[in-house]
Design a protein around this ligand. Sequence first.
Ligand code: BG6
Length: 369
Amino acid sequence: EKGGWSSFMAKEISEEPEAVAKTLLGRLVDHKVRLPELDSLGEGTLENIDRIVIVACGTAAYAGMLGKYAIEKWSRIPVDVELAHEFRYRDPILTERTLVVSISQSGETMDTLLAVRHALEQGAKTLSICNTQGATIPRDSHAVLYTHAGPEVAVASTKAFVAQITALYLLGLRIGEARGTLSAEQIAENAAELLAIPEKIDEVLVASQSIGQLAHWMTDTQSVLFLGRNVGFPVALEGALKLKELAYIHAEGFAAGELKHGPIALIEPGQVVFVIVPSPRDPNSLHPKVVSNIQEIRARGARVIAIAEKGDAAVLPFADEVIPIPLAGSLFEPLLAVVPLHIFGMELAAAKGLDVDQPRNLAKSVTVE
Ligand code: BG6
């Protein structure tokens, strides 16, 4: 039931804090990661795998890209992320030391299911990250790590996306723990970051209340670009996907570093560009690089909407609009930065009079190839 909400999507976005909290529940205890559901992968699997391949479609694949950053950083195992339908048909290299992690809200997406079955045939270990108890993909996999976002009704995924990132981060911490690549202190630090996310998303929901107005003056907009770097890149892709799905607007996400290699040619006066700005405290020092990207596009007349850390003064002179997000460790910023983009897609669709829960031509779970 929608309750008092205007759409299921509005309700589901408001449940993003809870989706993260419930996915964490009982899994971070005494600074340790407790995921007994991974036991069915077989003893020693987490220690012995030499590669991880994440397979998924749509939004779930962008969650997978974020999983790659976290898992590689924490466990030092190479991680590839592939669209399930591409993976399946190119005879991928798989061994018994490969862990194939599928991500699917519904657990029924045919492209993802076929990728998992192919991995099983090749002798790989399979882990399903899924939001639907007893669905086909988790039943066919060696192990399942459920996300607990609750039922998601709106076709375009929102709360399941943040829950998938949360599950992938738990997996990364668990593998880092098993392989000894993370110290107890590092696990505790990252666990504390995760546990603080629900409250921070609540703050973002409050800070995002002005997005409705932003959407209102954009109902005639033909094209929107999204720029992000490092973990901001999958966030940019997710922001663009939501606009396509919900508001039927041409939208593209780019890695900010790629700007000068092509996309900057698209910038003309009035072009709206969302920029996901890393924290000025970012250990990779990417902040000044993204700020200089903003200056470049602004000089060419772009309308810049920046999603930036609260108090980031460097962005203010160059952005038409700043949506502030609370302070968090770099890897955790996507869980906050994506929320205003979900709201923006929904608000723009609503302002255009479209059905945000049931966009044209799309289905919640695609059970055909
Ligand atoms: C698409 C949905 O058809 O399937 C997307 O419209 C979703 O929102 C994608 O991300 C994957 O679905 P699932 O259930 O496998 O996560």
